[in-house]
Design a protein around this ligand. Structure first.
Ligand code: AP5
Length: 214
């Protein structure tokens, strides 16, 4: 099953990608996580991406597209994958469609997480992430069991650099201008499936289960 997750920053893509990855045993491929891991390891890619991420802008396509398309050719992607944060503009969406078409493939679902900007801003200010295993929490509604400590690996959770209020507003602007058009791209291809992600976590999971059961 090949799934693309669509939706604004903070809409819940990463949270539910993890759920789907565990459930269907297919990899969760997050471009944001790939860039952050590169940054943590001090690679040239990470250092280049950092400047864009800190400003809330998109990392250039030439640093992004081949990276993802190569990743999709790895063995663990044979039974499918969940793309979270890619594609993020029309160029990337088209590059993905063409690369898959060359192999006689297409994505199966483009799941669009729909939520208001006010709710997103509230969620992003409360988001905490584990810098070691990537688990995501929220101080409101989805806290760690022990305050400040990751449930999965015991590391100290942190606030993401780009979750500062000014950067969040910039990311939302970039989303509206560059990423939202790909919702129409997938709608025209009959692939867009909407989920109300303002609902509590369990309800969103139920909606996903329902959508993917067929
Ligand atoms: P990336 O890491 O992809 O960030 P994003 O798309 O902005 O998405 P987020 O991770 O912020 O949000 P999410 O939808 O995953 O929400 P989450 O599940 O955490 O990208 C970061 C940067 O990298 C970009 O700005 C760009 O610079 C660069 N980049 C990445 N990909 C790129 C590409 N393809 N091209 C160019 N540049 C690229 O949820 C948010 C919060 O809400 C969490 O705290 C969570 O616990 C909580 N929450 C979620 N669901 C619920 C619920 N139902 N109820 C209550 N709380 C909930």
């Amino acid at each position: 099953m090949k799934i693309v997750l669509l939706g604004a920053p903070g809409a819940g893509k990463g949270t539910h990608a993890q759920y789907l990855s565990d459930k269907y045993e297919i990899p969760h491929i997050s471009t944001g996580d790939i860039f952050r891991a590169n940054l943590k390891n001090g690679t040239p890619l990470g250092l280049k991406a950092k400047a864009y991420m800190d400003r809330g802008e998109l990392v250039p396509d030439e640093l992004t597209v081949d990276l993802v398309l190569d990743r999709l050719n790895q063995e663990d992607c044979e039974n499918g994958y969940i793309l979270d944060g890619f594609p993020r503009n029309l160029f990337q969406a088209d590059a993905l469609t063409k690369a898959l078409a060359e192999k006689g493939e297409d994505i199966d679902h483009a799941i669009h997480f729909v939520i208001s900007e006010e709710a997103i801003i509230r969620r992003m200010s409360g988001r905490r992430v584990c810098p070691v295993c990537g688990a995501t929490y929220n101080v409101v509604g989805m806290p760690t069991k022990v305050e400040g400590i990751c449930d999965r690996c015991g590391s100290e959770v942190i606030q993401r650099e780009d979750d500062k209020p000014a950067t969040v507003l910039k990311r939302l602007e970039v989303y509206r201008e560059q990423t939202e058009p790909i919702v129409g791209y997938y709608r025209e291809r009959g692939k867009e499936e909407r989920i109300d992600s303002s609902q509590p976590l369990e309800e969103v999971r139920k909606a996903l289960d329902e959508l993917l059961k067929g």
